[in-house]
Design a protein around this ligand. Sequence first.
Ligand code: NHR
Ligand code: GAR
Length: 212
Amino acid sequence: MTSIVILISGRGSNMEAIVHAAQKEAWPAKIAAVISNRPNAGGLDFARSQDIEAAVLDHSQFKDRASFDAELIKLIDSYSPDLVVLAGFMRILTGGFVKHYAGRLLNIHPSLLPLFPGLHTHEQALEAGVKEHGATVHFVTEALDHGPMVIQASVPVFPSDTPDLLAKRVLKQEHVIYPRAVRWFIDNRLTISDNRVLVSPPELQMLTSTDK
Ligand code: NHR
Ligand code: GAR
């Protein structure tokens, strides 16, 4: 049984997609806890409704990033996870934290990395005038949004798009690729070699959506 801890900051729809996939496909995994750095994150209620332990560690109560991360490690490790999943978690993590979970820490970023790291990716994409955009699941390393990529999904960008419309189109694909990536991890199908992630047996690591 793989033990998973999911970190959120808000709505938690990616967390929900993972929980639903785990139930539907009867994963040999247990979501041991959902932890939010924001006390009022909507995703906490969903976790509780599924009888998943929901915990809060409010970053604003800590004097610096290092002390928050140290306490977060303690809290996460009390659930002995094999995998830690960042699902809309909005705090940059220190090198110490990232090292502690090396090879077992995943994030989903709403862009086709290495394009548009950081925040406000949909605005960045519209500003740049790209004709496709998307999302990336990657292993987390200290360099923000630069870890080895597990799977990506692309969506078209239309002239009539707004950041909100584009975000919705991307989010729908996030809910496809994040559960898939976590499932690959659970099934021991991922290896990192030379900063690249291989899936074995091979499967497409790039999905192309043509949704409006
Ligand atoms: N930490 C490390 N070391 N490496 C990564 O790749 C990380 C990470 C922490 C979070 C998610 C990431 C994203 O997918 C992530 C990847 C937050 C910020 C940010 O600037 C940037 C990227 C990501 C998450 N956060 C502000 C901060 O000062 C706070 C913003 C807020 O609270 O709204 O931490 O995009
Ligand atoms: C998602 O689009 C996720 O990719 C993005 O925030 C949204 C969270 O939605 N993550 C980041 O921007 C990380 N900086 P959710 O809470 O409904 O999963």
